[in-house]
Design a binder for this molecule. Sequence first.
Ligand SMILES: O=P(O)(O)OC[C@H]1O[C@H](OP(=O)(O)OP(=O)(O)O)[C@H](O)[C@@H]1O
Ligand SMILES: Nc1nc2[nH]cnc2c(=O)[nH]1
Length: 189
Amino acid sequence: MQDFHHNRARALLADAEELFSKQDVDHAVTQMAGTLNARFDQPDSEEFPLVLGVMGGAVVFTGNLLPQLTFPLEFDYIHVSRYGDEDRGGEVVWKVVPRSNVSGRTVIVLDDILDEGETLAHVKQRLLDMGAREVILAVFADKVIGKAKPVKADIVGITIPNRFVVGFGMDAYGYWRNLPGLWAIKTGN
Ligand SMILES: O=P(O)(O)OC[C@H]1O[C@H](OP(=O)(O)OP(=O)(O)O)[C@H](O)[C@@H]1O
Ligand SMILES: Nc1nc2[nH]cnc2c(=O)[nH]1
């Protein structure tokens, strides 16, 4: 069993291509933090935004971004999945829904990737329905898919080509969320 996973994970990576190095990724996250700090770290600002990480893919992005934010905030998470262990999206499945603390708040949603946009469109709508005053979508990677998306990110770290990527929290078949850079895999493995 363990051999199977080792072999499959290694084969996946052997066929993959690094698109963004750890340095590229770090630089992009720091730029995103700068954008958020420019809005929320103001001397006379009384805003106290709620930052929501979208688990599981956003776990690494969230962990890297949060210590670079310099303003008072509340952190919480939601858990939504639509890909599971597949490389194609399906139905949006809520595993942990937003808590009632979103009502009346400015909510900053952190997610690893905006692909077809279905996940974040659902997330944004649910937060607005629950009474969020403003929803800011901050995505680490925005994929160029050649067609319109149901939602647009407000803050983007990197723009990536239309390939299935792993690393920096993103997985293929459950593998390689732990890679520090971003790699494109061959799909259909
Ligand atoms: O724009 P979309 O096409 O909807 O895809 C984007 C979503 O896909 C990934 O989640 P996934 O369903 O793989 O769950 P995970 O975060 O647990 O990996 C990613 O974390 C985004 O939330
Ligand atoms: N790991 C991963 N998850 C995704 N969810 C939507 N697009 C992607 C992608 O390219 N990679």
